[in-house]
Design a protein around this ligand. Structure first.
Ligand SMILES: Nc1ncnc2c1ncn2[C@@H]1O[C@H](COP(=O)(O)OP(=O)(O)OP(=O)(O)O)[C@@H](O)[C@H]1O
Ligand SMILES: [Mg+2]
Length: 251
C-alpha cells in the first residue's frame, strides 16, 4: 500500500500542473501556466515561432498521462515532426522523479504502468484510424496539418469527454485551423506573440524583421494570418466564395 507521504506527494503534484515543467528546469511562462491549468476541452493556441509550443504540449501530455490515465495522441503535419514532439515528451519524462514507470516504449510511443499510452501518429489520414476515446489529442504545428487529417481525428472524440489542444504559428488564411480560429464555435483561443515570450530578445526580433520582411515576420512572430505567397486567390476572395456556398464542412 502507498505510504501517506507518497499519497500526499501524488496529490500535491496532481494539483500543481506546472510541476512537470519545473522539474525539467523549464519554469513555465505565464501563458504556459495558463495552458497547463486550462480545462477547456477545445483549445486553439496561436503562437510565435520558438515561444515554447512543443515544450508546453509535452508538459500537457505528461500531466494527462500521470494524473488522469488514458490514451494521449500526438499529431503533427508529418511523422518526423510528431516523433520530434514525442522525443520532447520522453526527454521531459526522463527528468521527473516518482513518475509512473514505463512498461513499453518505442520511438513513437510509451506505455506507463498506470495504463496511460502516449502515441505519436503519422501525419496522414489513412494511417491514423483505429484509435478511440483518447483523453487528450494534441496537434502541434496545427495550421500545417491537412484538413483531411483533422477531419479523421475529430470523430475519435465522439464518445468521450476527451480534450483537443491545437498549437501553431499561423500559415496563411486557409485550412481548418484558420477557419476554426476565425469562425469556429466552442473553441477557447489563446494568442501568444513573440513579445509575450521572455526568451525572445527585442533586438533579435528587430533584426528578424529586417531579414524576413514584413509579410513573413508578421506570420512567424506576430501571429497574423497573411495570405501565403503561393496562394492564387486572396483569402478575402475565398472567404466571400465560402459565404456564398455555406462554408466548409467541419464547422
Ligand atoms: N518555460 C521555458 N523555460 C525555459 N526554456 C523554455 C521554456 N519553454 C520553452 N523553452 C525552450 O525554448 C526553446 C523553444 O521551445 P519549443 O521548441 O517548445 O518552441 P516552439 O514554439 O515549439 O518552436 P518552433 O516554432 O520552432 O516549433 C527550446 O529550447 C525549449 O527548451
Ligand atoms: Mg515546435
Amino acid at each position: 500500500m502507498a505510504s501517506l507521504s507518497a499519497l500526499a506527494r501524488d496529490l500535491s503534484n496532481a494539483l500543481d500542473r506546472t510541476r512537470i515543467m519545473r522539474e525539467a528546469d523549464l519554469p513555465p511562462d505565464p501563458w504556459q501556466v495558463d495552458l497547463l491549468e486550462s480545462d477547456h476541452d477545445r483549445h486553439l493556441v496561436m503562437c510565435s515561432r520558438q515561444a515554447g509550443k512543443s515544450t508546453t504540449v509535452a508538459g500537457l501530455a505528461l500531466n494527462q498521462a500521470f494524473y488522469d490515465p488514458g490514451l494521449i495522441l500526438l499529431i503533427a503535419p508529418a511523422q518526423r515532426q510528431s516523433v520530434e514532439l514525442f522525443k520532447k515528451v520522453r526527454e521531459i519524462y526522463g527528468r521527473q522523479t516518482g513518475a509512473p514507470k514505463i512498461v513499453n516504449e518505442s520511438a513513437m510511443r510509451m506505455e506507463l504502468d498506470n495504463g496511460s499510452r502516449i502515441i505519436a501518429l503519422p501525419g496522414t489520414e489513412a494511417t491514423i484510424r483505429g484509435y478511440s476515446a483518447p483523453k487528450l489529442i494534441v496537434i502541434d504545428e496545427a495550421s500545417r496539418v491537412e484538413d483531411a487529417l483533422f477531419a479523421g481525428v475529430r470523430p475519435m472524440l465522439a464518445t468521450n469527454q476527451g480534450r483537443m489542444v491545437a498549437l501553431t504559428t499561423p500559415y496563411g488564411r486557409r485550412g481548418w485551423f484558420y477557419e476554426c480560429w476565425e469562425h469556429g464555435e466552442g473553441w477557447q483561443r489563446t494568442k501568444i506573440t513573440a513579445h509575450d515570450c521572455p526568451r525572445i530578445a527585442p533586438d533579435w526580433l528587430d533584426n528578424e524583421r529586417r531579414m524576413l520582411g514584413e509579410w513573413q515576420y508578421k506570420q512567424e512572430f506576430e501571429c497574423q494570418f497573411v495570405d501565403t505567397e503561393e496562394q492564387f486567390f486572396s483569402g478575402e476572395l475565398i472567404e466571400a466564395a465560402l459565404r456564398d456556398t455555406g462554408g466548409p464542412l467541419w464547422m
